[in-house]
Design a protein around this ligand. Sequence first.
Ligand code: HEC
Length: 139
Amino acid sequence: MACRKPAARALLTAGACLAILAVLVGAAPALGDAAAGKFVYSRCIACHSPDRNRTGPRHCGVYGRVSGTASRYDYSDAMREAAIVWDVDSLDRFLASPMTTVPGTTMGFAGVPDTRERQDLVAYLAQLNASAEECRESQ
Ligand code: HEC
């Protein structure tokens, strides 16, 4: 039987490990609930809007964008120089503690301490890119 051969066993083990990794990595972005995240986003709308630059930059397109690059928004040097690609991990870290993650940022907000709320918020930000309704005014 092929599995008795050490090489075949090693391959099978590696395959199983890869499959488990793929499940873990694949599951990470799906953890949050975008609908719940929209509710958490009510803490952001004092400064942000999905489709317009206000005190803070617009959030349509923020997922996958490099920090400090929304057009016609005057960022701090700190945010531009950070050059963070906004994905699940970086948004989670930033939103947990904006002012320590990007020292010198002008985002004067303490952060969202609850992990679940952050995951929901990130899910909401990620799906905004595809929301024709919420992003119709985006420039
Ligand atoms: C008190 C106002 C204020 C609040 C409240 C606020 N922000 Fe911000 N936010 C800003 C400002 C100002 C910037 C630009 C920071 C800079 O240039 O350093 C910013 C930047 C950001 C960025 C980086 C965007 C980019 O284009 O690089 C993200 C992401 C972000 N905010 C998410 C949020 C979320 C999510 C919330 C709610 C949980 C929130 N912010 C609450 C003012 C705020």
